[in-house]
Design a protein around this ligand. Sequence first.
Ligand code: ADP
Ligand code: ZN
Length: 606
Amino acid sequence: MLSTLKSYFGYNSFRPQQEEIINHLLNKKDALVLMPTGGGKSICYQIPALMLDGTAIVVSPLISLMKDQVESLQANGIAAVALNSNNTDSENQSIRYDCRMGKIKLLYISPERLILETNALLRDMKISLFAIDEAHCISQWGHDFRPEYTQLGQIRKLFPNIPIVALTATADKTTREDILNQLNLNNPKIFISSFNRPNLSLDVKRGFNEKEKINTIIRFIDDHPRDSGIIYCMTRKATEKVAMKLRKEGIIAGVYHAGLSALERNKIQEDFIKDRIAIICATVAFGMGIDKSNVRWVIHYNLPKSIENFYQEIGRAGRDGLPSDTLLFYSLEDIITLSQFANESGQQSLNIDKLRLMQNYAESHVCRRRILLNYFGENSNCHCGNCDVCKKPPQQFDGTIIVQKAISAIMRTNEKIGVSCTIDILRGTYSTDVVQHQYDKLKTFGAGRDITGRDWRNYMLQMLQMGYYEINYLEDKHIKITPLGKLVLFGKAKANLVVIQKEDSTSKKDKKKNKINSVATHINIPSSLSKEDEILFEKLRELRKKLADEQGYPAYIILSDKILHILATIKPKTIDEFGTINGIGDFKKDKYGATFVALILRHESQ
Ligand code: ADP
Ligand code: ZN
């Protein structure tokens, strides 16, 4: 097993669980594998596929996913193919022939085609195992339900002696049980890995308005030059708006949402995967097909509707295990819109609960990773050191007077205003609403002038979270003060607020250094590069892009970002030394060793 891993994939050791799963499959037993994105699920069936006689059949829901997998396998010199409608008839013909002749180790196929082929191609070939990737697609409870997946339940009966492994990154318990039931797996063993992704930093910004969000994003991108990243927005309109604002600053960003034609979407996705466009502003429609391993950051321009969605989306960063950053903006407007969606949805109370848990994450005063892990059933009291709460624990202060001012302003309007009007009154702003209703005559008009609008939005959000008021969605989103809020107003209870952290003023350079060092203590990755190494890194990156373009592959398929970092740090001088690097198998050593070593030698002699 280890020598197969080493010679084909160039890795020196297995990750937790991989070895057990592989052994289990080699013993022809069924399994369900739950591992987070980037955890290394593919190796679990690819190694048995290489070791067993015959061909492994891999079911995958999307052509783009199949393509990515097949290309990375082929780039390692492994006989893998995909049978799908993207191929020409003659291509599919020759794939069928090769399968019958036993020349293929892994055959990727869609669920509907697999069912069609059970009585045709599959009968004429020797099958080593079935791997059902993205197995949560079988469940209506999951977030990517695909009716075609439900037919896969037949395989167990049709091929009683061939092991089946189902794999997913969705940890949800209902979904898990549904997968097991529907696939009729035979006494399956369930392998659950930790869902922790220590290489993803977590950061939340509360109460920013649009302008502040855009400015923050621009600074963020400035801190991540040339890196690939995704900005998730709630609406199609927002994706276009954010992309336009960035463009005004000279930052090129693509747009992706379900309103575009399939052709346009494919093009954008392809541009992103092939590093022709570094940044995509997208709705949640941009997702499952993205197996790109070097996405370095994910920003949520709006609050997602649940922790599952959030985790899935940030999970698209850092699949290669290198440090990657995530940033979530959290505003009152989002809460209002999402609550309304939830209220109008078919499963009102379920969706409200999910949103509330998402809010709790955003408002957390303890390590954010702890909230995420607890959500996924991993009881943890970690202090990760890689989230904003761990880095800068929030301080509380007695905010009773602030809360009283806000509640008093609302009460004086007979609870007939929403959040923005409340802030206008407190700040003494003559907005249309204020003037029209003569709120400028209220005693509280201007009572909160000393606090900026941004800070008021932040405090209002905290007050909502603490249950001092509710929003009445049936009455034009007017604020209704709760009994708890009234206790504070009448001085019967104190209200603690969290100090709003000002943007830190550390220079870009220091920040970068801090970031890399703090993460490096948690996981085993190369620490920051010296100046000279950065130049070499860029040269390596260029060479990789050139080789990738020549072959029509995405760059990360040739060599991962992680390998480029290692190359820039240890600077191998011989092909053999090149081949010892973790992640470079025999095939890549022979194919690329000479070219990369030559570049390194040239760089060193300059
Ligand atoms: P996922 O679980 O999301 O399908 P992948 O199978 O794509 O994850 O693996 C994520 C990354 O981890 C890939 O780049 C893969 O090559 C790498 N990887 C998997 N197993 C190992 C291992 N034992 N050692 C080092 N890297 C590994
Ligand atoms: Zn933390």
